[in-house]
Design a protein around this ligand. Structure first.
Ligand SMILES: [Ca+2]
Length: 381
């Protein structure tokens, strides 16, 4: 809310030139050298890939900036960070002044798990409170261990135009397609709150003002007033609907580009990826009179589908094995499992670490991709 107030306030006064330049305090992470000076605590792995700084950490981990930043605190600098949280549940920020204890910023950033990058503006100082310099910045990620992708970090004076640009991008951020999309409505974020919550507040305000105006008006005008305020609420509903329609349009566009337009051999499906192409591959190599086992186990949502598509070949089950004994050849289907390998030396099918051996003797029938293949166990005579 503080931010909104300051936006309203800043929007009244014309743009003021800022006294310090933040050019050097921008990290785009386009090359691994750009992480120089940054260090981690509780970080288990990191890499720079495609302009993104990816960090994996424990339950709580910290990313600490290079020292000696020397940013005057009275300039009210902001941290602008563009990120995608894979697992952590929150981001907190602290900074180290030239003298004294480090300062924990009150704002807590809680990410949306919509597989989009998001941009946050975090005020680092409370106005008139600090008369020091910010020497070092720390980011605390916590709540759950895992990966965070950081596209860029900036420490900069507040810029209304860039802030509004970021809010507009947040508002138009696409809703990613997942199988449940069709059953749910979503609300984009605007000024760190769901769009629908802003509309709800507006609707409540209209209702309150409407009630006051209604009771103050003469009887003759009341019908007009009800109509007018009813139309205002209807307008809010239409605004929400227009934004949701835009989301639906983007989803249809994504479905078209990803799942309809590609050639059959390049097609993928939501949540199932290239599975149907893999089914075609299996149909070619798994004979009707055979038993097969899909690895790794359990393997929802592929197991039930494979059972259906490969019929009359039978999926491995106790009852199947006890009925057919060793009469039918046995196949293993390995799908997207880099941890399961065919060892050509011993002809065994086993986990990479050798802890589990699925079959002692057999041969590789065909490979679909480096981590997917069909193996046939040697028949006992
Ligand atoms: Ca970047």
């Amino acid at each position: 809310m503080k931010l909104i107030v300051s936006v309203l306030f800043v929007s009244i006064i014309p743009f003021l030139p800022t006294s310090w330049s933040a050019e050097s305090l921008e990290w785009e992470f386009n090359a691994p050298e750009e992480t120089r000076g940054w260090r981690g605590e509780g970080v288990e792995g990191s890499r720079v890939q495609g302009g993104i700084f990816q960090i994996m950490g424990m339950e709580q981990f910290q990313l600490i900036s290079p020292p000696n930043l020397g940013i005057p605190a009275q300039e009210d600098p902001y941290l602008r960070i563009r990120f995608l949280f894979r697992s952590p549940r929150y981001l907190r920020v602290f900074w180290q002044p030239r003298s004294g204890k480090s300062v924990l910023v009150p704002d807590v950033i809680q990410p949306l798990f919509d597989r989009n990058f998001h941009t946050s503006w975090i005020p680092l100082t409370e106005k008139l409170e600090y008369r020091d310099t910010i020497e070092q910045l720390g980011l605390i990620f916590g709540g759950r261990p895992g990966w965070v992708d950081i596209d860029s970090i900036e420490i900069l004076p507040f810029s209304l135009s860039r802030y509004l640009q970021d809010q507009w991008s947040e508002f138009l951020a696409p809703r990613r397609l997942h199988p449940g999309t069709i059953n749910s409505l979503n609300s984009p974020r605007l000024f760190n709150k769901p769009f629908i919550s802003w509309l709800n507040r507006l609707a409540l305000l209209i209702l309150l003002i409407g009630a006051i105006v209604y009771y103050k008006a003469s009887k003759a005008n009341r019908v007009k007033i009800v109509t007018l305020f009813g139309m205002a609420i209807l307008a809010l509903w239409i605004i929400y609907d227009v934004r949701e329609t835009y989301s639906q349009f983007k989803i249809v566009e994504e479905i078209h580009q990803t799942y309809i337009q590609p050639l059959p051999e390049e097609k993928t499906f939501p949540a199932l990826g290239d599975f149907y192409r893999f089914v075609e591959f299996c149909r070619k190599y798994i004979p009707d009179d055979s038993i097969f086992e899909l690895l790794p186990k359990p393997y929802w949502p592929f197991d039930c589908r494979l059972k259906y598509f490969l019929y009359p070949a039978r999926m491995e089950k106790e009852i199947v094995t006890s009925y057919f004994q060793n009469l039918l050849p046995k196949y293993f289907i390995v799908y997207n499992a880099p941890g399961i390998i065919f060892d050509p030396g011993t002809q065994r099918l086993m986990t990479k670490d050798g802890k589990t051996v699925y079959s002692e003797k057999g041969r590789l029938i065909s490979r679909y991709n480096p981590s997917s293949f069909i193996y046939k166990a040697a028949e006992e005579n």
